[in-house]
Design a protein around this ligand. Structure first.
Ligand code: NAP
Length: 263
C-alpha cells in the first residue's frame, strides 16, 4: 500500500540510534525523508532499506553539523525545500565527565553541535513553516535538561537550552500553525553511551529504555499534542505539577524592590 505523502521530514543524526528509528517510523507514516549525519555509508544503507520497504523518497545529506560550511548547506535545504513539513533536530553528542576532567575544547565542540547547529536549523526551517501555515519541529533534549547534576554539566546545560528554546518556540509559534515538541529521553540504548566513553552496559538496566520504545512513545506524545514529552516518566502528574509551579513562579519573579530577605 502506498501512503500519500505527509511532506518531507528532515532528520539530523539519522545514521544511527534515535534518529534512525525516527526515519523508519516517519517513512512508515508516509513522510518522504532527508537524512543528515556524517556517515554517508550508514545513511545510504538506511535510505536504501527504507525506500525499498516503504516506497518513500529518501535523500541523504552527508554533513558534519559542527562544520559551518556543512551546516549552511543543510540550512539552505531547509530554506529552499518547501516540501519539508517536519524537522527532527536530533543530532547530538553526550559527555559524562565532570568539569575538572573535561577539556574545554571538547565542551565547545559539544555546544557547536547540541546548541549552535540545532538553533541554526530551527531558524532556517521555521520561517517557511510559518509562511506555509504549517510545520513541526521536534527537538531532542534529555531528562538531564532538568537534572543537570546527572552527567557532564555542559551536556546538561546544552539540553536545558534545547528545552527552553522549545518552550519559547511553542509560545511564539503555536498560533502561527507551527507545532513544537521537546522530547526528554532518559538513558536509551544507543551508541551515544559508547561515544561518550561510558558503555550503556555499565548503567543499571532498569533505567535503560529500548530505542524503538523511546521513539514510539515520543511519537504518541507528539500525536497527543504534547509540547514536552518524557517517555520514561510514568506518572505524568509529576511534570504537570512542576510545570504548574513554573507558571506560578513566572508571575512572581520580578518586583521593583528587592525581596526583604536581601535587605
Ligand atoms: P547516537 O546513536 O550516537 O546517534 C547520534 C547521531 O548524531 C548519529 O546519527 C551521528 O551520526 C549523528 N552525529 C554525531 N555528530 C554529528 C555531527 N557532527 N554532524 C552530524 N551528525 C552527527 O546517539 P542517540 O542516542 O541516538 O542520540 C540522539 C540524540 O538523543 C542526541 O541529541 C542525544 O543527546 C539525545 N539523547 C540520547 C540519550 C541516550 O541515552 N541515548 C538520552 C537523552 C538524549 P554520524 O556519526 O554518522 O555523524
Amino acid at each position: 500500500m502506498t501512503l500519500s505523502s505527509k511532506g518531507t521530514a528532515l532528520i539530523t543524526g539519522a545514521s544511527s540510534g534515535i534518529g534512525a528509528v525516527y526515519a523508519d517510523r516517519l517513512a512508515r507514516q508516509g513522510y518522504d525523508l532527508i537524512l543528515v549525519a556524517r556517515s554517508q555509508t550508514k545513511l545510504d544503507a538506511l535510505a536504501n532499506r527504507l525506500s525499498d520497504q516503504t516506497g518513500r523518497n529518501v535523500e541523504v545529506v552527508a554533513a558534519d553539523l559542527k562544520a559551518s560550511a556543512d551546516l549552511l548547506r543543510v540550512e539552505q535545504i531547509l530554506r529552499r525545500d518547501a516540501s519539508i513539513t517536519l524537522l527532527v533536530n536530533n543530532a547530538g553528542v553526550g559527555a559524562v565527565l565532570p568539569l575538572l576532567d573535561s577539556p574545554v575544547d571538547d565542551m565547545q565542540a559539544l555546544i557547536n553541535l547540541n546548541i549552535t547547529a540545532l538553533t541554526r536549523l530551527a531558524y532556517a526551517g521555521v520561517p517557511g513553516f510559518v509562511a506555509r501555515g504549517k510545520g513541526t519541529v521536534i527537538n531532542i533534549a534529555s531528562i538531564v535538561s532538568i537534572v543537570p547534576e546527572t552527567l557532564n554539566g555542559v551536556y546538561g546545560a546544552s539540553k536545558a537550552f534545547v528545552l527552553a528554546l522549545s518552550q519559547s518556540m511553542h509560545h511564539e509559534l503555536a498560533e502561527k500553525g507551527v507545532r513544537v515538541q521537546a522530547v526528554l529521553p532518559g538513558a536509551t540504548a544507543t551508541d551515544f553511551w559508547n561515544e561518550a566513553g561510558h558503555p550503556v552496559e555499565n548503567l543499571p538496566q532498569e533505567i535503560v529504555m529500548n530505542v524503538e520504545d523511546m521513539v514510539d512513545a515520543a511519537l504518541v506524545g507528539l500525536a497527543s499534542g504534547e509540547t514536552v514529552t518524557i517517555p520514561g516518566l510514568h506518572d505524568g502528574a509529576h511534570w504537570d505539577q512542576y510545570e504548574a509551579q513554573r507558571q506560578v513562579l513566572s508571575g512572581v519573579l520580578h518586583n521593583s524592590s528587592p525581596a526583604p530577605r536581601y535587605r
